[in-house]
Design a protein around this ligand. Structure first.
Ligand SMILES: C[S@@+](CC[C@H](N)C(=O)[O-])C[C@H]1O[C@@H](n2cnc3c(N)ncnc32)[C@H](O)[C@@H]1O
Length: 268
C-alpha cells in the first residue's frame, strides 16, 4: 500500500462503511468465514474479534457461540461499528465496541481473532502480543494477513490515477516494514512463534477476485484504499475512478490476488 498516515486511514475506513459491507460479499465475508472455521469457537465460548470492521468474522463467530457465548467486536471506526450493530440484529451475544484494540483490557477469552488488522497497528509486534495476551491460557488465537503482494495491484493503479487526476507526483511506496518480511507462510509462522504462540499453523487461502469495473472500484471504496480519496472533491474522485479503471484495462488486469495467510495457535 502507498504511504498513508494513520488519521487518513481512520477517516478512510469511516467514509467506507456502506461500501465496506458491499465489498464484504466478494472479499471480507469469505475471508472472515475462513478464519472463523480455523479459530472454531465452541458453543458458549467468549471471543474477542479485533479490528472487526462491519463484522465479517464477528458475525459468524457470534452464530457459532450461540446465545450462551459472547463476542466482543472492537474497531476504532465508529461508522463501521454502527454498521456492524445494524447487521447483528437478533444476535445479542455480539457486542460492538468503538475502541483501539491495542489497549483493550478485556481478558481471558477462549478465542482471540483478527482478520486483516494487525498490520495497521503502529507497532505491529507490541499490538499482536497484546492481542495474544487477551486469550486465556490455552486459548485459541487466529490472525489473518495478506500473503505477499496480495491487493497491491489495486493500490498501484489507484496511486497512478490519483497522481494524474490531481496533477501531483505519485505518493511514494511506503518504506519497507515488518509486514513485508513476514508475509509468507514460513516467515509468518516463525514470527507468531516468537510472539509466544504454541502449536502454530499457517493456512494459505488462495483467493482471486474478478475485477469487473464495479468490483474494481468497490475494492477502493470499501477498503483502506478509500483513505486516498478522503480529501478529494467528488469531481476529482470521478476523474480518479475513470483513470484507475483505464489504467487497469491498459495493463490487462482482470484479476486481483487476494490470498490470505491465517496464522493460528494457542496461548501457552
Ligand atoms: C481491512 S479492515 C478489516 C476489517 C474486518 N476484520 C474484516 O475482515 O472485514 C481493517 C480494520 O482494522 C481497524 N483497525 C485498525 N487499527 C485498529 C486498532 N488499533 N484498533 C481497532 N481497530 C483497528 C480499521 O478501522 C478497519 O476496520
Amino acid at each position: 500500500m502507498t504511504d498513508l498516515r494513520q488519521d487518513d486511514l481512520r477517516r478512510g475506513f469511516d467514509a467506507a462503511a456502506a461500501d465496506f459491507t458491499a465489498l464484504g460479499s466478494y472479499l471480507w465475508d469469505p475471508i472472515g468465514a475462513a478464519m472463523v472455521a480455523i479459530a472454531a469457537p465452541a458453543e458458549g465460548a467468549r471471543v474477542l474479534d479485533a479490528c472487526c470492521g462491519t463484522g465479517a468474522s464477528a458475525l459468524p463467530a457470534a452464530r457459532r457461540v450461540g446465545p450462551h457465548g459472547a463476542v466482543d467486536a472492537v474497531d476504532v471506526s465508529g461508522p463501521l461499528i454502527d454498521e456492524l450493530r445494524r447487521r447483528s440484529t437478533g444476535l445479542p451475544q455480539l457486542r460492538g465496541h468503538r475502541a483501539d484494540v491495542t489497549t483493550w483490557t478485556g481478558a481471558d477469552y477462549d478465542v482471540v481473532q483478527c482478520a486483516l488488522g494487525i498490520f495497521f497497528f503502529p507497532d505491529m509486534t507490541a499490538g499482536t502480543e497484546h492481542l495474544i495476551s487477551r486469550a486465556r491460557p490455552g486459548g485459541r488465537v487466529a490472525l489473518t494477513i495478506w500473503r505477499g503482494d496480495a491487493m497491491a495491484a489495486a493500490g498501484h493503479h489507484l496511486g497512478r490515477a490519483v497522481a494524474e487526476a490531481t496533477n501531483t507526483p505519485a505518493l511514494g511506496q511506503r518504506p519497507p516494514s515488518l509486514i513485508d518480511r513476514i508475509n509468507q507462510a514460513d516467515s509468518y509462522a516463525a514470527w507468531l512463534a516468537e510472539r509466544g504462540l504454541t502449536d502454530v499453523d499457517v493456512t494459505v487461502e488462495e483467493r482471486h477476485l474478478t475485477m469487473s469495473p464495479e468490483v474494481a472500484w468497490l475494492v477502493i471504496l470499501g477498503s483502506g484504499y478509500r483513505a486516498a480519496l478522503v480529501k478529494l472533491s467528488p469531481d476529482v474522485v470521478e476523474g480518479v475512478r475513470e483513470r484507475y479503471l483505464a489504467s487497469l484495462r491498459a495493463d490487462g488486469v482482470t484479476e486481483l490476488d487476494a490470498t490470505t495467510l491465517i496464522g493460528s495457535g494457542h496461548r501457552p
